[in-house]
Design a protein around this ligand. Structure first.
Ligand code: AMP
Ligand code: ZN
Length: 430
C-alpha cells in the first residue's frame, strides 16, 4: 500500500534531480540566513554556486550535536522566530538540550512522512492507534500522532506506562496498532502475560512500530511473540523531524529512508570519509526540505549500512539496516571496544533469559551484566542457574572478548523506564 505512490516509486535519476535542486536551495538559504554556516562556508572556501552535483555535498561542512548545543537556543534558525510554529528538544541529553524549531511546513512534512511510513506497512484510516511514546518536548509522540491523524486513524494519545490503563484502552477501543520503545514493549508483554491476557485471543493488536532506541532482531522476535503482532522498525531523530525518517515496509527487511527529504551518507566516524557501498559506518543526514532549521551533513552517531539491492515493494528510496549502536555509546573495557548491542544480541538469543538487563561497570574495569530470568522455564534448581550463568559468560566472552560477571535476577527486578532505557551504568574509577 502506498500513501504517495508517485514520490515513493520515483525513478532514481528523477529522485536525484529533485535532491540536487533541494540541496542547492537549502545551501543558498543557510548561507543567507544562518551565520554559523556562513562562517563555515568561508572557512572552507565554498560558495552556494559551487554545488553542481550531489557529489559536491562532500565540500560542505559537517554539523555535530555539539554545534547544536553551542548555537542554543536560536543560533541555527533560518527563519524569523515569528515563523517558527513548534519547539522540540532531543531526548537523552545531559546539560542544555538541543532546541529544534519547526515551521508550519516542517510540522506538515513531518506528519506527511509519518503517514507515508504507517501506510507503507498497511495502516489505513480504519485503524486505531494507541501512541505509547512520551508526549512532551520529545518528538517521538507528537510527530507520529499527527501522522496517524493525517491517515485518518482514531488516535489515542496514551503516552507510556500505566499498563493497566493501556490494557483497558486496548480492550475498550480495539486498538490495532501501537508505537513504543523496545523496552516498554517488552515490559508490556510481561504485564499481559502476568494478567493472563493472550493478546492474539483477547486484543485486536496487529502491528507495533518500535523505535527510539537500538534493539536487536532477537528483541524484535520477543516483542512479536509477547504482544502477538508484527513489529516494524521505525527510525528517526529530532534533528530530522523525529520519527518518520526511515521505517520498514511490509517486506520487513531494512528501513526505507525518505530520500526526497533527506540526503544519506555513511562515513567512517574516525576519518569522515565515505565507506564503500553497503559497508557499515556512521549515518550522516542532510535535510532537504526543512525550513526553520535546515542542517547540513548532520552526524547522527548512529551506526548502520545501506542495503544496496532494490526492495521488492517497488519503493526506490534506499533502505538502512537495523541501527547496531551509536559511535559514541561504544564502551572501552580493558582496552576492548564493545557495543551494548553485542551484549544484547547474546542475551536475547539465550533461552531462559527474560526481557531486561543492565550492564554495570565498576572499579577498575569490572563488567557485571545483570540479567532477568524468563518467567517460565525455571524450575528452581540451583544447578540450572549455575549452568545458565556460565553458558552466558562463555558466549559473551566469545562475542566481546572479555569475560564479564553474570548476575541472574528474578523477573521484574530491574528498573523499567518509560522513555529510553539506560542500559549501561558506568561507575568506573579509571
Ligand atoms: P531523539 O533525537 O531524542 O529522537 O533520539 C534519536 C536517536 O534515537 C537516534 O539518533 C538513534 O540513536 C535512536 N533511535 C531512534 N530510533 C531508533 C531505531 N529504530 N533503532 C535504533 N535507534 C534508534
Ligand atoms: Zn520496501
Amino acid at each position: 500500500m502506498f500513501w504517495d505512490r508517485k514520490i515513493e516509486t520515483l525513478d532514481r535519476p528523477a529522485l536525484e534531480q529533485l535532491q540536487l535542486q533541494r540541496l542547492q536551495k537549502t545551501v543558498r538559504r543557510v548561507a543567507a540566513h544562518v551565520p554559523f554556516y556562513r562562517e563555515k562556508f568561508a572557512e572552507l572556501g565554498v560558495r552556494p554556486r559551487d554545488i553542481h552535483s550531489l557529489d559536491d555535498l562532500r565540500r560542505l561542512p559537517f554539523t555535530t550535536s555539539a554545534d547544536l548545543r553551542a548555537n542554543y537556543p536560536t543560533g541555527l534558525l533560518a527563519v524569523p522566530l515569528d515563523d517558527a510554529l513548534r519547539l522540540h528538544t532531543s531526548s537523552g541529553t545531559t546539560g542544555k538540550p538541543k532546541a529544534l524549531f519547526f515551521s508550519r511546513q516542517d510540522v506538515d512534512n513531518a506528519a506527511e512522512l509519518c503517514a507515508r511510513s504507517f501506510v507503507m506497512s498497511g495502516v489505513t484510516k480504519k485503524d486505531v492507534f494507541q501512541n505509547m511514546m512520551t508526549y512532551g518536548m520529545f518528538t517521538g509522540a507528537l510527530v507520529t500522532h499527527y501522522g496517524a491523524e493525517k491517515v485518518g486513524c482514531l488516535v489515542i494519545p496514551a503516552g507510556p506506562g500505566n499498563s493497566e490503563r493501556q490494557l483497558m484502552l486496548m480492550q475498550d477501543f480495539r486498538t490495532t496498532f501501537i508505537h513504543l520503545t523496545p523496552s516498554y514493549a517488552l515490559y508490556l508483554a510481561t504485564f499481559l502475560e502476568k494478567h493472563g491476557v493472550n493478546p492474539r485471543r483477547d486484543l485486536a493488536l496487529r502491528k507495533a512500530f518500535v523505535g527510539a532506541e537500538p534493539y536487536t532482531e532477537g528483541t524484535c522476535r520477543k516483542i512479536e511473540h509477547g504482544l502477538g503482532l508484527d513489529v516494524y522498525n521505525s527510525y528517526g531523530l529530532s534533528e530530522m523531524n523525529g520519527p518518520g525518517v526511515a521505517f520498514e515496509c511490509e517486506q520487513k527487511h531494512g528501513m526505507h529512508l525518505w530520500e526526497d527529504h533527506f540526503l544519506i551518507e555513511i562515513i567512517n566516524p574516525a576519518t569522515g570519509e565515505p565507506v564503500k557501498a553497503g559497508e557499515p559506518g556512521e549515518l550522516v543526514l542532510t535535510t532537504l526540505t526543512r525550513e526553520a532549521m535546515p542542517l547540513l551533513r548532520y552526524r547522527t552517531r548512529d551506526i548502520t549500512s545501506i542495503i544496496t539491492k532494490p526492495c521488492r515493494c517497488g519503493r526506490t528510496h534506499r533502505r538502512l539496516h537495523r541501527i547496531t549502536g551509536r559511535s559514541d555509546d561504544m564502551l572501552i573495557v580493558r582496552g576492548v571496544n564493545i557495543y551494548p548491542q553485542q551484549i544484547e544480541r547474546v542475551l536475547m538469543a539465550q533461552s531462559g533469559v527474560g526481557r531486561n538487563y543492565l550492564i554495570s561497570l565498576e572499579g577498575l574495569d569490572e563488567m557485571t551484566i545483570k540479567v532477568e530470568l524468563a518467567e517460565a522455564g525455571f524450575e528452581g534448581q540451583v544447578e540450572q542457574l549455575v549452568k545458565l550463568q556460565s553458558q552466558l559468560a562463555e558466549k559473551l566472552r566469545t562475542e566481546i572478548l572479555i569475560k564479564p560477571l553474570v548476575q541472574l535476577l528474578p523477573p521484574g527486578s530491574l528498573p523499567v523506564s518509560e522513555g529510553k532505557t539506560k542500559r549501561v551504568i558506568d561507575n568506573r574509577k579509571l
